[in-house]
Design a protein around this ligand. Structure first.
Ligand code: 26Q
Length: 811
C-alpha cells in the first residue's frame, strides 16, 4: 500500500509547483495550485504502476472495456481517496495555507458521456481497479464533451464544453503507441500463396493517438489504464510546405475531416439517426483499440489461438460492435487464420451489454453508407450474416418472418444489436426486469436460439465516490457505528440495520442530512439567488430529460398541488422544495419544452405570495457528475418514476438510496431490486405494473382523453398548459398538451397521475413522523451495499470474463 508522510508530501508539492510553474507557490493562483497537486498525484500513481510492472508477469487475464463514453467527473478527490492519502494531503496543504476542498472544486469535470451508460463505465473502472482486476477502458478523447447547459429565460441553451482549454493533468499522450485506422477506398482480391487475400487500397488513413489516464484502485496499489484515442492527420499526408496551392487546400480539408472524428461527443438523441460521422467515430476507436490490444498481446509472446484465455473484450452497448468484424479482419487478413478459427476466437473473446429496450434507440446503419466507409469490414459483416442466415435456415426452414427478424442485414440496414448478439459469447441486461424483457420480448428469437448467452448483471455504483467522497459525514457515522469493514466489503453496510430503531443514530443521521441540505441550499443561493427552506422536504428528480422518465408527471402533480394551495392557503402540507436538473438532447423538442415548463411553473409558484413559501421549485443548471455529488446527499426524496418497462436499470436510484433518501418509484428497472432489499414498507411504490403496461401495448384500450374528461384535477392542469396560466404565449406548451392528449400519452403519465398523487400524500404523512422517517432512511442505507459496483464487477469477472481467483480478490 502507498504511504507518504506529511512533510515529504509538502516537500514534493513545493518542488512540483516550482518545476511546473517556474516560481514559488505563494505567487500562484488557484489553477496553478490545483495543477501542481494534480500532477504530483499523477506522478505518485505512475510510480506505483512502474513498481507493479517490475513484479507483474503478464499472465493475468486482461479485460478491455470498450465504451463510446466515460463520464469520469473530477479525479483529484477520488484519486487521493484511493491512494489513501487524502487526510495527510489536507493537513499538509492546510499548513501551506491551501484549502484542499477549494482545490478539488476547481477541477473541471471530465464529461465525456451522456448519462447513465457513461457514468456506469466510470464506476466500473473504479471497481475493476479496486478489485484488483486488470481491467482497462478504451474510448474516444473528445475535444468537446457533453455540452454545457445554460438556462436563459427559462430555456436550455447549449454551449460547447471545451474541457481541454485548461491542461488536463491526468492524461499522458503516448504518440509511440499510435495506430493507423483506414477509411474508404476499395478492396482488391488477389491469390497469394494459394490463399485468397484482401488488399485494402486507396484508403484515407487516420492516425489514432492514445492519451492514457491511470486508474488507481482503493488502497490496493492496483493501477489500470483508460486509453482514449484522438484523431490526427497522418503526418506525411500533411506537409504544407511541399504542397502547391491546390494541394494545400486539400491538405487543410483532410486535416479538418480527420480531426472532426474525435471532435465532439454525440448527445443521445433517443430517436436514432444514422450519422456518418458517428459511424466513423465508432470504427475509429474500435479499430485503434483492437489493433493495439493484438500488437501488445503478440509483443508479450501470446499465442493468437488462445487469445480468449488472456483477453476479454467487453462492449458497452452496441456502439463498439465493430470490434467484432475488426477482430475478424485482423485474424483473417493479418494473422492469416481460417474463417472458422477466427470466428471461434472472436466469439469467445467478445461480450456485450444491452442498455435499452426502446426500439427507436437501436442502432442500424444504411448498408450503402457502411460499404463506402468501411469496405473490408462490410465484406466481413456480410459473410457473418450469410453464415448466420444459413444456420437459421437449417433450424427454421421456411420460417421467413423469423429469419428476416433475426438477420444482421435486412431492409437496407445493418442491425448492430443483431451483430452484437451473434458475434459475442455473452449478452447481458442491466437489471433483473430488463434482462427478463430482453429474453422474453425484445430479443426472444435470439434467446431461444442462444439460451446460454443471456444473463443478468444488475448495475451498481462505486460507493467510494457516491458515499465516502460525496457524503463524508455519513461515511464517518457509518465508520463510528459499524466500523469500516464495509469500505472493502460494501454489503457489510447491512450491520447498520440493527440500529434502525436507535434514536441517537437517527438524530445524528437527521443532523447530517440537514447539513447536506444547508450546503446545497447555499450552492443554490449563490448560483441562482433562490432562498430555500432547509426544513422543507427536498424532493429531487435529476436525470436526462426524457418523456419516458416522466418529468412531466412530476410537473403535473406540482401544478395540482399549487392549485390546491391557491384554493386553500391553509392546506396542511409539509413544506417541500422540488429540485430538478438534467439536460435535453439539443434536437429533442419535447424535452426542451419540458425544461421550459419546469422553469415556468418555478417562476409562477416561487413568486406567488399565497403559497407562503410552502412549496418551491428549482431547476438547477448544467447537471453533471460534480453537481450530482452535491445534490444527492441532500435529498429526502428520490423520484424514480419512469413508465414501467422503459428504464433499463437506473443508477441514480442507487446513489440516492445509499445517501439515505426514500425512493418514490414505479416497479421499473433496478427499483424492483431496491424494493426487494428494503421491503415494501421502506419504499413508496406506485403506478402501472409491467403486465398492465404490456397489456396496454398488446391489447390497446388506453385513452388519455377519457381520463382528462373524468378527472377534474387533470382537466384543469392540462387546460392550464394552453390557456396562458404559466406563459403569456398560450401556445408555448401546446406540444406537451398534444403529447398527453392528441397523441394519447405514450408514457401513461395521466394513467399514473392519481396513484402518484396518493404516493406523495403518503410521503407527506411519513415525513411528519421523523422517528419513522429516519428509521426508513437507515434501512435504505444499510441495504444499499449490494448496489456497489464492486458487486456488479465481481459478477462480470466471475460470470462473463472468467477472470481467475488469483487476480480477483474475493469481495
Ligand atoms: C446513439 C446514437 C447516436 C447518438 C447517441 C447515441 C446514444 C448515446 C448514449 C444512445 C444511448 C446512450 C446512453 C444510454 C444510457 O445512458 N442508457 C442508460 O444506461 C444506464 C446504465 O446501464 C441505465 O441505468 C439506464 O436505465 C439507461 O437508460
Amino acid at each position: 500500500m502507498f504511504y507518504i508522510d506529511k512533510n515529504t508530501f509538502k516537500e514534493d508539492y513545493l518542488e512540483k509547483y516550482i518545476e511546473l510553474h517556474g516560481e514559488e507557490f505563494k505567487f500562484g493562483n488557484m489553477r496553478q495550485k490545483y495543477e501542481a497537486l494534480g500532477s504530483l498525484v499523477r506522478d505518485y500513481i505512475t510510480k506505483i504502476k512502474i513498481e507493479n510492472n517490475k513484479t507483474n508477469n503478464h499472465d493475468n487475464k486482461q479485460v478491455y472495456y470498450f465504451s463510446m463514453e466515460f463520464l469520469l467527473g473530477r479525479l483529484l478527490g477520488s484519486n487521493l481517496l484511493n491512494l489513501g492519502i487524502r487526510d495527510i494531503c489536507k493537513e499538509g496543504l492546510n499548513e501551506l495555507g491551501i484549502d484542499l476542498d477549494e482545490l478539488e472544486s476547481f477541477e473541471q469535470d471530465q464529461g465525456l458521456g451522456n448519462g447513465g451508460l457513461g457514468r456506469l463505465a466510470a464506476c466500473f473502472l473504479d471497481s475493476m481497479a479496486s478489485l484488483n482486476i486488470p481491467g482497462h477502458g478504451c474510448g474516444i478523447r473528445y475535444k468537446y464533451g457533453f455540452f454545457e447547459q445554460k438556462i436563459i429565460n427559462g430555456s436550455q441553451v447549449e454551449a460547447p464544453e471545451n474541457w481541454l482549454k485548461c491542461e488536463n493533468v491526468w492524461e499522458i499522450r503516448k504518440p509511440s503507441n499510435s495506430q493507423i485506422v483506414r477509411f474508404g477506398g476499395e478492396v482488391r482480391m488477389e491469390k497469394i500463396n494459394g490463399r485468397l487475400s484482401f488488399i485494402h487500397i486507396n484508403y484515407d488513413p487516420v492516425l489514432a493517438v492514445p492519451y492514457d489516464t491511470l486508474i488507481i484502485g482503493h488502497e490496493n496499489s492496483a493501477v489500470n489504464n483508460l486509453r482514449l484515442w484522438s484523431a490526427e492527420p497522418v503526418s506525411n499526408e500533411f506537409d504544407f510546405s511541399s504542397f502547391s496551392r491546390g494541394e494545400y487546400l486539400k491538405a487543410i480539408e483532410y486535416k479538418n475531416s480527420v480531426e472532426a472524428i474525435s471532435n465532439v461527443l454525440y448527445p443521445d438523441n433517443t430517436f436514432y439517426e444514422g450519422q456518418m460521422l458517428r459511424l466513423k467515430q465508432q470504427y475509429f476507436f474500435v479499430s485503434a483499440g483492437i489493433q493495439s490490444i493484438i500488437s501488445n498481446f503478440k509483443k508479450h509472446g501470446g499465442d493468437i489461438f488462445n487469445l480468449n484465455e488472456s483477453i476479454a473484450i467487453h462492449i458497452n452497448d452496441t456502439h463498439p460492435t465493430l470490434a467484432i468484424p475488426e477482430l475478424m479482419r485482423i485474424l483473417l487478413d493479418e494473422e492469416l487464420l481460417s474463417w472458422e478459427d477466427a470466428w471461434r476466437i472472436t466469439t469467445s473473446t467478445i461480450s456485450y451489454t444491452n442498455h435499452t429496450i426502446m426500439a427507436e434507440a437501436l442502432e442500424k446503419w444504411p448498408i450503402e453508407m457502411f460499404k463506402k466507409l468501411l469496405p473490408r469490414i462490410y465484406m466481413i459483416v456480410n459473410e457473418i450474416n450469410e453464415r448466420f442466415c444459413k444456420d437459421l435456415w437449417d433450424k427454421y426452414t421456411y420460417q421467413w418472418d423469423k429469419i428476416s427478424r433475426m438477420a444482421i442485414m435486412a431492409d437496407g440496414y445493418i442491425r448492430m444489436a443483431n451483430l452484437a448478439i451473434v458475434g459475442s459469447y455473452s449478452v447481458n441486461g442491466v437489471a433483473k426486469l430488463h434482462t427478463e424483457i430482453l429474453k422474453k420480448q425484445v430479443m426472444s428469437d435470439f434467446y431461444y436460439f442462444y439460451p446460454n448467452k443471456f444473463n443478468n448483471k444488475t448495475n451498481g455504483i462505486t460507493h467510494r465516490r457516491w458515499l465516502i467522497k460525496c457524503n463524508p459525514q455519513l461515511s464517518n457515522l457509518l465508520k463510528e457505528t459499524i466500523g469500516d469493514g464495509w469500505v472493502k466489503h460494501p454489503t457489510d453496510m447491512e450491520y447498520l440495520y440493527k440500529f434502525k430503531d436507535d434514536e441517537n443514530i437517527k438524530d445524528r443521521l437527521a443532523l447530517i442530512k440537514k447539513n447536506n441540505k444547508i450546503a446545497l441550499s447555499e450552492f443554490i443561493k449563490n448560483n441562482q439567488g433562490i432562498n430555500i427552506d432547509t426544513n422543507s422536504i427536498f424532493d429531487v428528480q435529476v436525470k436526462r430529460i426524457h418523456a419516458y422518465k416522466r418529468q412531466v408527471l412530476n410537473v403535473l402533480r406540482i401544478m395540482n398541488l399549487y392549485n390546491q394551495l391557491i384554493e386553500n392557503p391553509n392546506l396542511d402540507i409539509e413544506p417541500r422544495t422540488f429540485i430538478f436538473a438534467g439536460k435535453a438532447a439539443p434536437g429533442y423538442y419535447l424535452a426542451k419544452k419540458i425544461i421550459e415548463l419546469i422553469n415556468a411553473i418555478a417562476t409562477k409558484i416561487n413568486n406567488d405570495r399565497r403559497v407562503k413559501d410552502k412549496i418551491k421549485v428549482v431547476f438547477m443548471e448544467n447537471y453533471r457528475t460534480s453537481l450530482a455529488e452535491i445534490i444527492i446527499p441532500a435529498a429526502d426524496i428520490s423520484e424514480q418514476i419512469s413508465t414501467t418497462t422503459k428504464e433499463a436499470s437506473g443508477t441514480s436510484n442507487m446513489k440516492f438510496m445509499m445517501n439515505g433518501a426514500i425512493t418514490v418509484a414505479t416497479l421499473d428497472g433496478a427499483n424492483i431490486e431496491i424494493k426487494d432489499q428494503v421491503s415494501e414498507e421502506n419504499i413508496i411504490i406506485f403506478g402501472l405494473t409491467e403486465k398492465e403496461v404490456l397489456d396496454y401495448y398488446s391489447k390497446g384500450g388506453y385513452s388519455s382523453y377519457d381520463i382528462y374528461n373524468n378527472d377534474i384535477r387533470i382537466n384543469r392542469i392540462l387546460n392550464d398548459l394552453v390557456n396562458g396560466a404559466y406563459c403569456n404565449d398560450k401556445e408555448n406548451f401546446r406540444a406537451i398538451y398534444n403529447h398527453l392528449l392528441t397523441y394519447n400519452d405514450e408514457f401513461f403519465d395521466l394513467r399514473d397521475f392519481d396513484s402518484f398523487v396518493k404516493a406523495q400524500d403518503r410521503v407527506d404523512k411519513l415525513y411528519r413522523d421523523k422517528s419513522k422517517w429516519y428509521s426508513m432512511s437507515i434501512i435504505n442505507i444499510a441495504k444499499s451495499g449490494i448496489f456497489s459496483s464492486d458487486r456488479t464487477i465481481y459478477e462480470y469477472a466471475k460470470g462473463i470474463w472468467d477472470v481467475p481467483n488469483s487476480s480477483c480478490k474475493d469481495k
